[in-house]
Design a protein around this ligand. Structure first.
Ligand code: GAR
Length: 212
């Protein structure tokens, strides 16, 4: 039976979207580097196993990442999904899980990597914004793109209205990306992701398509 590990640092709304997706997965483990992450309580409500690994108790990034990898490996996950996991991962960690480490990011990558994406989008006067589910590489918020959702930036948008609208689409595309991966419908070659039989949706602009 397949196993999934979700890494979080805070609120955990993307994690919740993954837990609500009802994947046919026997074991879901949620690991947080932040003991105060509100997502931990939500994970428990959904019956997921939770682990706290406080990065502040480790002398450096390498040591923390090694401890994290040890915990992950005991779960033998098919996929590790970063869901608001706000830590830079070491190269050795990323390489260890290459091709099965996914992230959700609130921008149309490769535009606007890093933090504060919505504020920067408004500042730049960008007209189309969105979110991206992608495989993780050692470059921050960069890597083979699985699915993106694009939305218009409206004239009266604020950082919070934009964040809320993008988040709705994060909650839609991330479960879809994970589902495709779990169903072995993703072919990854170099920097390109092919999704087998992705269909086009009519409500918003998604690429590749989502089931109707
Ligand atoms: C989400 O918007 C996610 O895309 C973003 O953090 C938020 C976490 O919210 N991740 C990144 O910026 C990664 N670079 P959540 O805890 O409610 O899912």
């Amino acid at each position: 039976m397949k196993s999934l590990v979700i890494l979080i640092s805070g609120r955990g709304s993307n994690m919740q979207a993954l837990l609500e997706a009802g994947f046919p997965i026997e074991h879901i483990t949620v690991i947080s580097n932040n003991p105060g992450a509100t997502g931990l309580e939500i994970a428990q409500q959904y019956g997921a196993k939770t682990i706290v690994l406080d990065h502040r108790l480790y002398p450096d990034r390498q040591t923390f990442d090694k401890a994290l990898a040890e915990r992950i490996d005991t779960c033998q996950p098919k996929l590790i999904a970063l869901a608001g996991f706000m830590r830079i991962l070491s190269d050795s960690f990323v390489q260890r899980y290459q091709g099965r480490l996914m992230n959700i990011h609130p921008s149309l990558l490769p535009a606007f990597p890093g933090l504060g994406t919505h504020a920067r989008v408004l500042q730049e006067g960008v007209k189309i914004h969105g979110c991206t589910a992608h495989f993780v590489t050692s470059q921050l918020d960069h890597g083979p793109i699985v699915i993106q959702a694009a939305i218009p930036v409206l004239p009266n948008d604020t950082e919070s209205t934009l964040a809320a609208r993008v988040l709705q689409h994060e909650h839609r595309i991330y479960p879809q990306a994970v589902q495709w991966f779990m169903d072995d419908r993703i072919r990854l070659s170099n920097n390109y992701v092919e999704v087998l039989d992705a269909r086009v949706d009519e409500i918003a602009l998604y690429s590749p398509g989502l089931p109707e």
